[in-house]
Design a protein around this ligand. Structure first.
Ligand code: ZN
Length: 314
């Protein structure tokens, strides 16, 4: 049976984009519920200065809770060396560094040019080798399919950037459609080129549903061999520095698509719906998206994943 890894980014990408700040206790309850549904990789927060993203100021405490969830890869976003050091000290298993393919987005997001960011990544890898050699370092190439600030982004530029990141020593390189501008043909083409450029280091597809193409793009990526997908429960998320960017691919819909195709996700849909209730309780009034949660599962739906909560609980 074919298997994909669903990497849940709601607690980071989602919570950084909503105005309200979720209480630490609610974040911990949500993470536990996501883990109980079978998710095995979660981006739990971001190590950035609290005045920039007050919603994620308690990431170190969130990491402490997440480290107690068995079998979970605890991931955090770190934009620079200082953030990476804090993440290593907190004990994360994996960090992800956003590296923008658009100069305009890079300057707005991290106040560095693309070249300066590659240099920063090189230093983060050096720090990792010194302080936390078992921690995996991912680079996510953001605005890989276009940018609201700059407009089109050259594919050749994305690939040169990916090669530079591979040389800088990261473990894998994903492509992010930060602003929801990708389409299935572009996804297919760019991931194939990425695989040719960096081989085994070609990583996750981070897709947004801004224009309704999230699932189509995910399927296109799957068709060319991508096996790790970022998504967020209830489609929470966007990018505070990319105007108009909203809505990650909805985890519930993505899991439904793969399970219905017979592709194993390890995620139990009824348990994932329970996690959605925990999210709703922690962010009252926030709009939650997703077609599968609204319609419910079809009768006779066969999942490849049985409830990790045990009989009678799903
Ligand atoms: Zn995103």
């Amino acid at each position: 049976m074919d298997t994909v890894l669903i990497s849940e980014v709601g607690p980071r990408d989602g919570l950084q984009s909503v105005k309200a700040t979720m209480l630490l206790s609610h974040k911990c309850a949500w993470l536990s519920a996501l883990h109980a549904s079978g998710l095995r990789e979660i981006e739990v927060g971001s190590f950035v200065p609290a005045h920039l993203l007050p919603q994620l100021a308690d990431t170190a405490e969130v990491v402490q809770h997440a480290l107690g969830l068995r079998g979970l890869t605890v991931m955090a976003l770190t934009p620079n060396r200082r953030g990476a050091q804090a993440a290593f000290e907190a004990g994360v298993h994996k960090i992800t560094l956003p590296v923008s393919a658009s100069e305009a987005h890079s300057l707005a997001n991290v106040r560095k040019t693309c070249a300066q960011m590659v240099q920063e990544v090189r230093e983060v890898v050096r720090l990792r080798n010194e302080l936390a050699p078992s921690v995996k370092v991912e680079a996510g190439v953001s605005t890989a399919f276009g940018c609201t600030l700059q407009g089109s982004v050259d594919e050749s530029h994305v690939l040169r950037l990916a090669e530079a990141l591979a040389q800088a020593g990261v473990d894998d390189i994903g492509l992010s459609d930060t602003t929801g501008m990708a389409n299935p043909a572009a996804v297919r083409r760019l991931f194939k080129k990425l695989q040719r450029a960096v081989g085994e280091k070609a990583g996750a597809a981070h897709l947004h549903n801004t224009r309704g193409l999230g699932l189509a793009n995910a399927l296109a990526a799957y068709d060319v061999g991508v096996r790790t997908f970022d998504s967020s429960q209830a489609g929470l998320g966007g990018c505070p520095y990319a105007p108009g960017a909203s809505g990650n691919v909805v985890t519930e819909d993505l899991v439904f698509m793969f399970e219905a195709m017979g592709v194993h996700t390890g995620v139990d849909l009824p348990a994932l719906m329970q996690a959605r209730d925990v999210l709703r309780a922690g962010l009252p009034g926030e709009p939650l998206y997703g077609m599968t949660p609204e319609s419910g599962l079809p009768t006779h739906f066969q999942s490849t994943t049985h409830s990790p909560l045990g009989p009678g609980t799903a």
